[in-house]
Design a protein around this ligand. Sequence first.
Ligand code: ADP
Ligand code: MG
Length: 737
Amino acid sequence: MNPKKKIPDSMPETGQPEAILKKIFGFESFRPLQKEIIGNILQKKHTLAIMPTGGGKSLCYQIPALIFDGLTIVVSPLISLMKDQVDQLTAYGVSAACLNSSLPPQDYREIMQRVRQNDIDLLYLAPETLLKDSILQLLSGLKVDCFAIDEAHCISEWGHDFRPEYRKLAEVKNKFDDAVCLALTATATPQVQEDIAGSLGLDDANTFVASFNRKNLYLDVVNKTAPLHQIINFLKHRKDESGIIYCFSRRQVDELTQDLEANGLSALPYHAGLGEAERVQNQDAFIRDEVNIIVATIAFGMGIDKPDVRFIIHHDMPKNIESYYQQIGRAGRDGLQSDCLFLFSYGDVGKIRYFINQKTDEEKAISNQHLEDLLGFVEARQCRRILLLNYFGEKFTEENCGMCDYCTGEIPDKENLTVPAQKFLSTVARTDQRFGFHHIKNILMGSKRKKILQLRHNQLSTYGIGNEFSSKQWKQLYRELMRQFVITKDADHGSIKLTPKALSILKGEKEITGIIDEEERADPVKATKSDIESLDYDQQLFGLLKECRMELARKDDVPPYVIFADTTLIEMAYYLPQSEKNLLKTHGVGSAKNQKYGGAFLEVIIDYCTQNNLQEKSKTQKRSMPKPPISRSKRHHQTGDEFNSGKSIPEIAALFGVKESTVIGHITKYIKEGHAVRKEGIRELSSLNDDNYKKVENAFQEIGVELLRPVYDAFDEQISYNELRIVQLYMMAEEQA
Ligand code: ADP
Ligand code: MG
């Protein structure tokens, strides 16, 4: 028997986890809980690891596998994922292989032989392969030190991806007495966690749950007004970046793919209606960077571990918060900033309701709840992370995440809604809390429906007094009232019930604020500069390095990220390392990769630097990954300061990559906090003629300069919010002066 060749020669013999992390993988530090989990595994304590997608679960068994004498078995449900991991490990110089039904018999036998000879550290197996007699026999003669079950939620019938073969793993696990068991999943629901632990006999003491906050994802929800235009606009700033666009239906996928093509953007479709061969081909093209954009239904995503997906667009509503989280989770596994854009429309909500209504009563209740939760998330006027993480039972307490549309100040300030709320609530009270939203709204809007006339609700004092809002706006108010627990909905009848809070509002003791159909934010915000952009690296060199990577990837028949991640190339294009020693300091360059690929990249860098007369920069410390962008609270101060220093509003808008109206909103907020600003450069922005300008000014004087909506209404919605904001700002600036 061959002596087992452990870690490559350059490895220190102690085999400490940190040393392996640096030497083999080229990473500077562990991600949260990796170290603890690895420590636990090395002590042979069974472990349940729950970490979000991109949390770095694989290293939790890969590093112990390099320290243990015996074999590590990894059970993984998807052949494509197994193959990908084995490719990556091989590139790192780690001895790994996979066995599954798709292998030609020759390869299969060869791998079996290598396993027998103790020449493999990590063996990936599909569950059905593991359950085969021949494999069990092979393994029973070997020392197995670790039994890792990846995607362990597949064991649970509660999970979204139940696989019956996974149920049998508990039995198999018991055959390996000496092996420590590690179950890993990104599914956060307690039910699934309990199920995993229960079926595998893992006790609570060894459960590790990481935070589900994916800090590097920028979350943005905008109104879907002209989706194609909005998407093209968004993509303009993201040339050469990989991303996924999720659609509701196959037809939508096909249409959007064609539309993008027609606009000169190359994209490939993915949905269950395509043939198997085409699906595999399209997925491969995406993984190998041959196409940047995949337009897909929810069918896409499970089988890919691509670390450099830079954006996720939801062209349509996801099914629920959980699937939204899962889908956006596919972005930014490498830790770099990635943007998630959700195009939201009430029209889509209507479509979903239609589908829900086709379901059985029981399913209906669940789906409706999911929809309500999702709407709560979309409409919330608070940090997106609060509701998202709350859904998974995690409290998010940071005051400002700096990475969502709310915290970066893209969502306008709230307005006082007390008066319309009083109208609504008093209608509920006058009809004895026996009716649902539609009936109440119909009363307020003076509908002549039969039901209203029969019940004589046209004689109520609130009949027809609600014409300041459209149906859609009343619906928004209704949701706001629900969200703030002013009202609740009777689960059985759908009738609206008042809470004590409602009574205080009716009595005028309490005010309520919110936003009703504010000026629509149709253009997707260009998220604050991504980390990639903010590190001032050489773009041209980066392009050359990518070409070099593509060439090597084609030669080795692996996805480009297996060679080096984008993060690695970016650092190369910044620090310009020109010796092996310095190349090894680069993020993601371990000893094996350095040996295999380092030379090719060094050549590119040296050539480029010679031609352009550039010097190497020293890298003493490895750079920590994403820097959060300017936070919301600081942003409006910055805006105000920039304005006072003489920059014009359009200049500031360009500087921060936001709309002028956002800048105006920020300056208004700055004044409201008591700062003074210069008057010059505000009035000029108005396109109203003198006459109209005067009228608006008078209206503000009469109604008060604080609120926009009453003035908007006073002009029968004929003057845009944008114009009103300009007048408002100018008047406030004058008052302060
Ligand atoms: P998960 O299985 O939890 O979704 P992966 O194990 O696929 O996550 O890891 C996601 C990405 O993060 C991979 O590209 C991996 O190389 C990288 N990664 C994991 N741990 C670290 C670390 N400590 N430092 C830097 N990168 C890491
Ligand atoms: Mg994984």
